[in-house]
Design a protein around this ligand. Structure first.
Ligand SMILES: Nc1ccn([C@@H]2O[C@H](COP(=O)(O)OP(=O)(O)OP(=O)(O)O)[C@@H](O)[C@H]2O)c(=O)n1
Ligand SMILES: C[C@](O)(CO)[C@H](O)COP(=O)(O)O
Length: 233
């Protein structure tokens, strides 16, 4: 029976170690405008009227989460201490953990904890534009720079034509059963869309914007701070 009112569940992978950040703690807990970095995306997702639950996937041994008070984010937020060795493992563990809650045709939006500048309009656009899509899709931005492919000596081997090249972001939004089956079958994928592609399907690209950056390196933290401080509300 078709589900005419599917629910929307957010899964936030937050079990990484932040190696490239080189900080003394996992980057999702680094301070950003007076709160842990992870707070910002969680607050946006919990405040989104379309989102029914926000599951944050933490590492099994995460001892930092309990040091913070998340009550202001409301009852939607559910921590899951089931992160895995890779981002895909963490997402799949989160999907498995919510199997009793999610119907097969419910939507799952996977969003990196490391993308703190997620805006309400990013979520609204993704949910609205994919509402009747057979596959699902992801926020992404068209590549703006000319891309060079390096040889083994860090010299230019080729210029990569950038027409039709996009940079993937998150949230990535797929139906629960499709995403779980795709991740259970895929190996070594970097994002949810790659698993869906490996299943022979073609996710839809929903144009986002550069403010939804992933905090990966130290400079990104300063960029994120500027974006959040200067964003039109
Ligand atoms: N085993 C993992 C690895 C990553 N992530 C999450 O996936 C998101 C994007 O990954 P990335 O930016 O690569 O974070 P890290 O893996 O922590 O960074 P690094 O690769 O520099 O170690 C982050 O929110 C991270 O916490 C996760 O839940 N489980
Ligand atoms: C999912 C993602 O954010 C899309 O760009 C990206 O693939 C995450 O990669 P990472 O190496 O786990 O940061």
């Amino acid at each position: 029976m078709q589900n005419f009112h599917p629910r929307h569940f957010a899964i936030v992978p937050a079990a990484g170690s932040g190696t490239r950040m080189g900080a003394d703690k996992p980057k999702q807990y680094l301070p950003l405008l007076g709160r842990p970095l992870i707070h910002h995306a969680l607050a946006t997702l919990c405040a989104a009227p379309d989102i029914d639950r926000v599951y944050v996937v933490l590492s099994v041994g995460d001892a930092e989460w309990m040091r913070h008070d998340w009550s202001a984010l409301g009852p939607k937020l559910v921590p899951l201490f089931c992160g895995g060795p890779s981002r895909a493992d963490s997402v799949l563990a989160g999907l498995r953990a919510i199997s009793g809650e999610a119907a097969q045709s419910d939507w799952v939006l996977v969003h990196d904890a490391a993308r703190p500048c997620l805006a309400p309009w990013h979520i609204d656009k993704l949910v609205r534009e994919l509402a009747h899509d057979e596959v699902g899709g992801l926020l992404a931005v068209p590549v703006a720079d000319t891309l060079k492919q390096a040889d083994g000596h860090r010299r230019v081997a080729a210029t990569v034509p950038r027409d039709r090249l996009w940079q993937a972001q998150t949230p990535q939004m797929f139906r629960y059963v499709m995403l779980r089956r795709a991740l259970e079958s895929a190996h070594g994928v970097t994002d949810e869309a790659s698993a869906i592609e490996a299943a022979g399907l073609h996710p839809r690209l929903i144009e986002g914007d550069a403010t939804n950056l992933k905090v990966t390196f130290p400079l990104d933290l300063h960029l994120a701070e500027w974006i959040l401080q200067n964003r039109e509300r």
